[in-house]
Design a protein around this ligand. Structure first.
Ligand code: NAD
Length: 294
């Protein structure tokens, strides 16, 4: 069974089109889930320093025992670390926690325009790439104007933009901007956190194709040329979510899912998001947990 398909990024690097996301996953569970995923065909893991589980991801990779070059690892620079020097320091800390000398993709997690630091942060990512510590560099939660700002300031395009994208929030304008700029689109919360599993259109297509609702939605992303990083720590679901390369949705199926868009965000608005109330406690907790790694 094929479990693997890659897309070519604008810097010439290949990215597996389906990966495992590990947001809200403890270090222990991340280790188990990453190991399980890598043993069942996944070659792409999406973490972030703020998730507090980079050590678990690194250990899960070790447990699986695959050659380093066969696994694609993404991490992200958290808002509190934005700025040129602090970004480079944060990357060193992430690499140490992951037990890696290089990540395959390094992202600016949020533009956090209120901080006014994302251009300097982007310059640091360019430096990290020049130093060989990040094979590809990109951004997350950037809108079209943020993309133009960093490209105009540095002449360097991000390889991809990781954005909230699922049947309820299909982001047609931003995806069109990405296509024009040759920036790949990566979907976070690709399964709309489960909110569309009981939608009649999804259920109808699941019945038509003898697939689960999660597989129908992931297949829709794949056929749209989107990179998807569904999260699960349940072994059977991890296995289910990658079995999407052996069937196809037809044009009508794709149009039916396209009709589900209601522009509904499940996460924060990137224009507003910096540190919501209570967030500093969350950051501290994540960093304390990261510091306690064994
Ligand atoms: P998701 O859309 O991947 O949904 C995850 C939920 O669906 C979980 O509760 C999981 O148990 C359930 N699920 C997964 N597979 C299932 C299956 N086959 N059957 C039934 N239920 C299933 O949501 P997410 O975790 O928010 O997003 C995925 C990943 O995206 C994250 O883990 C993280 O890596 C990334 N992310 C990035 C950002 C960002 O700002 N860049 C923000 C949020 C998430």
């Amino acid at each position: 069974m094929t479990t693997h398909q890659t897309l070519l990024l604008n810097d010439g690097e290949a990215i597996p089109q389906l990966g495992l996301g590990v947001w809200k996953v403890s270090k222990v569970d991340a280790r188990l889930a990453v190991n399980h995923a890598l043993r069942h065909g996944y070659r792409h893991i999406d973490t972030a320093s703020i998730y507090g589980n980079e050590e678990g991801v690194g250990l899960g990779m070790q447990d699986a025992g695959l050659p380093r070059e066969s696994v694609f690892i993404t991490t992200k620079i958290w808002n509190a670390d934005q700025g040129y020097d602090s970004t480079l320091r944060a990357l060193e800390a992430s690499l140490a926690r992951l037990r890696l000398s290089t990540v395959d993709l390094l992202l600016v997690h949020w533009p956090a325009p209120g901080l006014g630091k994302y251009i300097d942060t982007w310059r640091a990512l360019i430096e990290a790439q020049a130093q060989g510590k990040a094979r590809s560099i990109g951004v997350s939660n950037f809108d079209e104007s943020h993309l133009h700002t960093i490209i105009n300031a540095t002449g360097v395009k991000p390889a991809l933009n990781q954005i909230e994208l699922h049947p309820l929030l299909q982001q047609p304008c931003l995806r069109c901007a990405h296509a024009k700029l040759d920036i790949a689109t990566q979907a976070w919360s690709p399964l709309s956190q489960g909110q569309t599993f009981n939608h009649p259109i999804v259920l109808g297509l699941a019945e038509k194709h003898w697939r689960t609702p999660a597989q129908i939605i992931l297949r829709w992303h794949i056929q749209n040329g989107v990179i998807a990083i569904p999260k699960s720590i349940t072994p059977a679901r991890i296995e289910e979510n990658i079995q999407v390369f052996d069937f196809a949705l037809d044009e009508q199926d794709m149009a039916a899912i396209a009709s589900m868009n209601i522009d509904k965000r499940l996460g924060p608005d990137p224009l507003q998001f910096t540190f919501p109330a209570g967030w500093s406690e969350v950051c501290e907790l994540a960093q304390r947990r990261a510091g306690n790694a064994g």
